[in-house]
Design a protein around this ligand. Sequence first.
Ligand SMILES: [Cu+2]
Length: 130
Amino acid sequence: MMTMRGVIYFLATGAFFFGGCGTSQQFEAVPSDVNRNAVPVISVKMTAHRYDFIPDTVRVREGTLLKLSITATDGTHGFNLGAFGIDERLEQGETKEVALYAGRKGVYTFKCSHICGIGHLGMNGVLLVE
Ligand SMILES: [Cu+2]
């Protein structure tokens, strides 16, 4: 029953995100009160496949601009990092660039946001900002 509820919840949020999908999301990753030139940048390549992100743990220091390049290798997936307002659809073979400013220490989970198969709900990882 818990699983069913999880799926229904996912469908509801999925529909919500799909509504905003058409607009190209041009948000400035680094807040305007931070000197962009002084911000260290870390680039991480990530793959998404059934049912893992590799790496599934990303560690950065507080105050870093993190640039993720995420490639889905075996079908459509999604990358949702809710705490940062990020939800990207990943088509097979396509690489999406996601930039975020890790401005506050914490443990932030990310997850697949496209139902990709039986293990979908377990397809997740963490961003550690230290
Ligand atoms: Cu999935």
